[in-house]
Design a protein around this ligand. Structure first.
Ligand SMILES: [Zn+2]
Length: 484
C-alpha cells in the first residue's frame, strides 16, 4: 500500500511539472527562434485624420465640392473679364490650397492643425485591419502575423513631422516589443518613407536593439522627387509624359498604338510646352500658395533632399534666407547631418553584426512633374536612391553596350542597373518590374519578404538563398524569377 501510494505520488509530482506547459505553452525567449519583427510603413498620403480616434474622425485631405465650384467659377469669370489667365490659375492654386489645408505645417515644422495617424501600439494580431491586409505594408504585416503571431508589430505615424520625433516613437515601440516578447533584439522592415524614419531612429538611439534592418523600396538615401519639389525643379517633360502614357496602356493595344502615334505627331512635346508655359509663369504663385505652406515646413521632405540640391531648396523655399526660419532651419541641418553620417553608421552596424538588406525595384515610369522624373523608378521613388546610389540608366534606356561595370557581377543582365557604385552592393536586391513596396498577400514577393524577415542564418548577403538571387524579375502578379 505504501509502495502504491509512493508510485501515485511520484506520478502526481511528475505530471505537475509538465501540466503548466500544457496549460499555458509558456513562451521562452531563450529558446524561441522567432525574432520579433517591426514593419514600419511608408507615407500614407490619405492616412491622416482630424479628430483621430473620435466619432468625428475625418480624412485630413478633403475637398469641399461647393468651395471648389465657387473658386473655379470666380477664376473663370475673372479670366474672362480681365482677358488674362492669371485669375484662373490663382483660383486653381486656391482650390489646391484648400484641399491641403489640414496637412499644412507651421513655419517651425510642427502641424498647423490637430491632425494624427491611426496607431497600432499592441502586437499586430490585435487589429482586424492588419490581420486582413492585402497590399503592400498591409499584406506584409498579415504574412508576418501568420508566420510569427504575437511577435509581429506594425508602426504607423504622421509622415509630415520631424523624423527625429518619429524616431522617438519608433524607440518606444521597439522597447515595448522587447518588454512584451522578452527578446532583446528586433528585426525592422522599413518601407518607403519608413527608410528615412528608421535612419533617424538608428542615428538617435543606435542599433543595440536591432538584429536586422531591411530597407524595402525605401528613402534611406532620400528621394529625388522631394529634392526637386523643394528646389523648384518642376517640369512636365515630353518624354516623361509619354513614358507614363505608354506604360499605362500596354494592356490596351489600340490605345497604346495611338499613344505611340501621338508621340510621332509631336503631341507630347506640345503638351509639355504648354505645361512649361504655365509652370514658368506661375511657379512663384503656386509655390507661395501651395508648395510652401504644404511642403515647405514638412521636415520629412527636407530630410530627403540630396546634398547637391540643398542650396537650391534653400533658395527656392527660403528665398536664400535660412536665417528667416530660426525654428525650422536647425532641424533641417540636423537631418542633413544625419544623411551625411548614414554610410558610416551602416558600415559600423555591419561590422558589429547587424544584418542589412536593401531591396529596390525599377522599370516603372515616375510621375512626370519634376526634372528627375526621367530617372528609372518604381512608379513612386527613384531606383538610384532606393538602391543606395547604384548607377541606373534613365527609364526606357540602358547604360549602353560600351558601359563597363567596376564589378561585372553587379551589372543587371539588361545593363540598366550597376550596383558597383551602391553603398551596400553585397546586400542589395534589384527587382525589375515590381511596383513600389510590393508584398501583396499570398504572392512570391510576400514569401520573399517573410524569408527576409525570418531567415536565421549567419550570412545575410543578397543571393545567400538561391531561390532569391540578387537580380530578380517580377511579374504583374508579383511572381518572382531569377533575372539571367
Ligand atoms: Zn519569442
Amino acid at each position: 500500500m505504501k509502495k502504491i501510494l509512493g508510485i501515485v505520488l511520484a506520478f502526481i509530482i511528475a505530471f505537475s511539472s509538465v501540466l503548466p506547459a500544457f496549460a499555458e505553452a509558456e513562451h521562452n525567449p531563450e529558446t524561441c527562434t522567432d525574432v520579433p519583427v517591426l514593419v514600419i510603413r511608408g507615407m500614407d498620403f490619405g492616412g491622416l485624420y482630424t479628430d483621430v480616434g473620435t466619432e468625428n474622425q475625418a480624412a485630413a485631405i478633403r475637398a469641399d465640392a461647393k468651395a471648389i465650384v465657387v473658386a473655379a467659377f470666380k477664376g473663370i469669370l475673372g479670366s474672362m473679364v480681365k482677358m488674362s489667365f492669371d485669375p484662373f490659375m490663382e483660383s486653381v492654386a486656391d482650390i489646391a490650397s484648400g484641399i491641403f489645408e489640414y496637412i499644412k505645417m507651421n513655419p517651425d515644422g510642427t502641424s498647423k492643425h490637430d491632425v494624427g495617424a491611426i496607431r497600432y501600439p499592441l502586437a499586430a494580431e490585435n487589429y482586424d485591419a492588419l490581420c486582413e491586409g492585402v497590399d503592400s505594408e498591409y499584406g506584409m504585416i498579415r504574412a508576418m502575423i501568420e508566420e510569427i503571431g504575437d511577435h509581429a508589430y506594425y508602426f504607423n505615424y504622421d509622415w509630415r513631422i520631424d523624423p527625429f520625433v518619429v524616431a522617438d516613437e519608433i524607440n518606444e515601440t521597439v522597447e515595448r516589443m522587447v518588454s512584451e516578447t522578452g527578446h532583446d533584439k528586433v528585426n525592422i522592415a522599413c518601407c518607403s518613407m519608413g527608410g528615412v524614419m528608421t535612419m533617424a531612429y538608428l542615428t538617435e538611439y543606435g542599433y543595440d536593439r536591432v538584429n536586422r534592418v531591411c530597407f524595402m523600396s525605401s528613402t534611406f538615401c532620400g528621394g529625388q522627387v522631394a529634392s526637386d519639389l523643394l528646389a523648384g525643379q518642376l517640369e512636365i517633360g515630353a518624354d516623361t509624359l509619354y513614358n507614363i502614357a505608354e506604360n499605362g496602356t500596354r494592356d490596351i493595344p489600340v490605345v497604346n498604338f495611338l499613344i505611340k502615334a501621338l508621340k510621332y505627331a509631336g503631341a507630347f512635346k506640345l503638351v509639355s510646352k504648354l505645361a512649361g508655359l504655365i509652370t514658368d509663369n506661375y511657379v512663384d504663385m503656386v509655390s507661395e500658395k501651395v508648395l510652401n505652406p504644404v511642403f515647405g515646413g514638412t521636415l520629412t521632405f527636407w530630410a530627403l533632399v540630396q546634398p547637391e540640391d540643398r542650396q537650391g531648396a534653400i533658395d527656392f523655399i527660403m528665398k536664400g534666407k535660412p536665417e528667416n526660419y530660426p525654428d525650422l532651419y536647425p532641424k533641417i541641418q540636423a537631418l542633413w547631418a544625419m544623411s551625411d553620417g548614414r554610410n558610416a553608421l551602416l558600415d559600423e552596424m555591419l561590422e558589429n553584426g547587424v544584418q542589412i538588406a536593401v531591396v529596390a525595384h525599377y522599370d516603372t515610369p515616375l510621375v512626370p512633374v519634376y526634372e528627375g522624373a526621367s530617372m528609372n523608378g518604381d512608379g513612386i521613388l527613384e531606383t538610384y536612391q532606393m538602391s543606395g546610389y547604384a548607377t541606373v540608366a534613365p527609364y526606357g534606356k540602358t547604360l549602353g553596350d560600351d558601359y563597363v561595370a567596376a564589378n561585372p557581377e553587379y551589372l543587371s543582365p539588361d545593363r540598366v542597373v550597376d550596383l558597383s557604385t551602391a553603398i551596400l552592393p553585397e546586400y542589395t536586391y534589384i527587382i525589375k518590374g515590381a511596383p513600389h513596396v510590393s508584398g501583396t498577400y499570398e504572392t512570391d514577393y510576400s514569401d520573399f519578404f517573410v524569408w527576409l524577415m525570418t531567415y536565421d542564418g549567419e550570412d545575410f548577403y543578397a543571393g545567400v538563398n538561391p531561390e532569391y538571387p540578387r537580380f530578380m524579375l517580377s511579374g504583374a502578379d508579383q511572381s518572382l524569377a531569377e533575372f539571367k
